[in-house]
Design a protein around this ligand. Structure first.
Ligand SMILES: [Fe+2]
Length: 237
């Protein structure tokens, strides 16, 4: 066999790398006037809400949380936020539909407010028992407040058993970047698949980074004729 005269279409010179199944992230802006209304209401809540809605953190902690408890939901416990609840719920349902999945109704199962002060960071984490998660940037200036950063689990595998290789710094690709930071404006809402790793390690340069986090489940999660379950929005357990 004359190897030299054979064209080898499988040689390393000819192969392609194609991006398959890209990750979806929704990014949209709340109407500016509405955002100012929601911001005023939530800042007021942060100042006045009863202690029972606040998570206990050590006195030296640089963070404050409102309704970060499985029996609480800031969008349901404070009727003033009913309109925001509807907007976030509709947007999550729309995200699921736009990415091509069948869903008639969603339930925001958790919603809480985070205030992060000067020097604070948000350790990388993912949200369990949730299908879609989101973040609404309530008081936020991208020039001083840290961006929410999504971690590439090919590179950073701290939370799961996996095989890991050192990224080649001379060959940067979409696949070996360690993370992806979203530089957004105040009033933005991000939605993503809940098991994506996220957080930020850049210490806060602002003193009042205010965001609302939420988890969303389909009201009925089912595939085919065999398996399904329903989420009961009237019970918090
Ligand atoms: Fe989170």
């Amino acid at each position: 066999m004359n190897i030299e005269n054979n064209t080898n279409n499988n040689s390393v010179e000819n192969y392609q790398i194609i991006p398959i199944m890209p990750e979806a992230m929704a990014i949209f802006q709340i109407d500016k006037k509405k955002h100012q209304e929601f911001k005023a209401k939530i800042e007021h809540l942060m100042d006045t809400a009863d202690d029972k809605y606040r998570r206990d953190v050590p006195p030296e902690d640089k963070r404050e949380f409102l309704c970060n408890n499985r029996f609480q939901n800031v969008l349901l416990d404070f009727p003033d936020l009913k309109e925001l609840h509807s907007i976030l719920e509709e947007s999550a349902l729309d995200f699921i539909k736009k990415t091509g999945f069948t869903c008639d109704q969603v339930v925001i199962t958790d919603a809480w407010v985070n205030k992060y002060r000067l020097g604070s960071t948000l350790p990388t984490h993912r949200h369990a028992n949730s299908y879609i998660s989101g973040n609404y940037f309530i008081n936020y200036d991208k020039s001083i407040n840290s961006p929410l950063t999504f971690t590439n689990d090919r590179v950073v595998t701290s939370q799961a058993p996996a095989i890991k290789l050192e990224p080649d710094k001379s060959n940067k690709t979409p696949y070996n970047r360690p993370d992806y930071s979203i530089l957004c404006d105040e009033g933005t809402v991000l939605l993503w698949k809940s098991h994506l790793l996220h957080g930020y390690s850049k210490p806060e340069m602002g003193d009042n980074r205010l965001t609302l986090s939420f988890n969303v489940m389909p009201k009925i999660a089912g595939v085919g004729e065999q398996f399904s379950f329903a989420v009961d929005e009237n019970n918090r357990v």
